[in-house]
Write a new protein. Structure first.
Length: 324
DNA sequence: CATCAGGGCCCTG
DNA sequence: CAGGGCCCTGAT
């Protein structure tokens, strides 16, 4: 495989809207590890497919939660111009919610009996999505109907075979293939990589992306319910994958309507201190308590336990559910 | 050894 | 609307 060397570099300073929690926003400990990004405390590297090109983006935290400041480096394989740089910054701002105003969320719930402690620990955390819609959909397919270990294995083998390897700032990582490429791959070639029946999904959804000219920039301007309707039309996208895409890629934060069985167990522990509470009850509870902020609220509750785990706390019941 | 379910989804009856 | 099948793998 050919590695793209991104040797042209530019640097800009950006000031996200406070409060902005850099670490908790760029890195999500609940996500499975893969080769598409690199995280170190206060630093984050990822490839960005944008307008037909691949760029390398590096974010460095130069501020605090209350006085956020981020240095944003762009790496490319050809010289950069002002307009291009500005457009990439706008895109990264969208993906990492630099300009979202969450002050109302904090004000409203910092003394909330349930949510308060979570907000205290993760204050300024937002949703993020380093991927474009197509990339995140690929992740969604890797997640379907399997355990995390196998998801990781499938992702890595597919990236090594079909991904675009990029190198910048002395880091190497993979960017997902383009749908135009994947739609032409014979199903048998994918089956060899042990992705099972997902082989068909990768090819079919790629064809859909190309033929229907699915454009996430158009979707972003539509109301949530419209986006959801469009996403569910894609073969292989059901309620859970749509939820992932809506929350992460489209930054939808007001509607909480679906929990997968795995999440159901974890929310049952965290919110009800019980082994298994009916999914419907969990959904109602979260939506009722935190209304137009329900998704963001659930995100705080969700990520918190994984941060504790990352920071070395042993949580027996959680380990059983993760099974890495 | 066999059987089963897993961070779903589609299709069928 | 319930239930079976799908790839593969580790757990039982």
């Amino acid at each position: 495989m050919k590695t793209s060397e991104l040797k042209y570099k530019s640097s800009q300073m950006v000031w996200p809207k406070a409060p902005y929690n850099f670490g908790a926003t760029v890195f999500k400990p609940s996500h499975y590890p893969d080769l598409t990004k690199v995280y170190e405390p206060d630093k984050y590297w990822f490839p960005l497919r944008f307008r037909g090109g691949i760029y390398g983006v590096k974010l460095i935290n130069r501020g605090t939660v209350n006085k956020p400041k981020i240095q944003l480096f762009i790496f490319s394989n050809k010289p950069q111009n002002k307009k291009g740089i500005q457009d990439i910054i706008t895109e990264v701002s969208y993906r990492f919610e630099f300009n979202h105003d969450i002050s109302e969320f904090n004000k409203k719930f910092k003394k909330d009996k349930v949510l308060g402690p979570f907000i205290k620990r993760l204050r300024g955390m937002r949703m993020n999505c380093a991927y474009d819609l197509y990339g995140l959909l690929m992740i969604g397919i890797f997640l379907q109907n399997t355990v995390v270990r196998r998801t990781v294995q499938m992702t890595n083998s597919m990236l090594s075979e079909y991904g675009a390897k990029v190198r910048f700032d002395n880091k190497e990582m993979f960017c997902f293939w383009k749908p135009e490429e994947m739609m032409k791959v014979p199903e048998q070639d994918l089956r060899v990589l042990k992705v099972g029946y997902r082989a068909k999904l990768f090819i079919k959804t790629s064809k859909t992306f190309v033929k229907e000219k699915i454009d996430e920039f158009v979707l972003r301007r539509m109301p949530r319910e419209e986006i959801k309707k469009e996403l569910l039309k894609i073969y292989g996208v059901g309620p859970e994958t749509a939820r992932i895409l809506l929350e992460e890629c489209f930054h939808s934060r007001g509607v909480f309507e679906h929990v997968a069985p795995w999440q159901q167990k974890i929310y049952s522990h965290l919110l009800f201190n019980k082994k298994l509470v009916p999914a419907k009850k969990i959904v109602r509870y979260i939506q009722k308590n935190w209304g137009e902020w329900a998704t963001l609220a659930s995100h705080y509750i969700w990520e918190d336990i994984f941060w504790q785990r990352k920071n070395g706390k042993k949580i027996e019941w959680l380990e059983r559910e993760i099974r890495l």
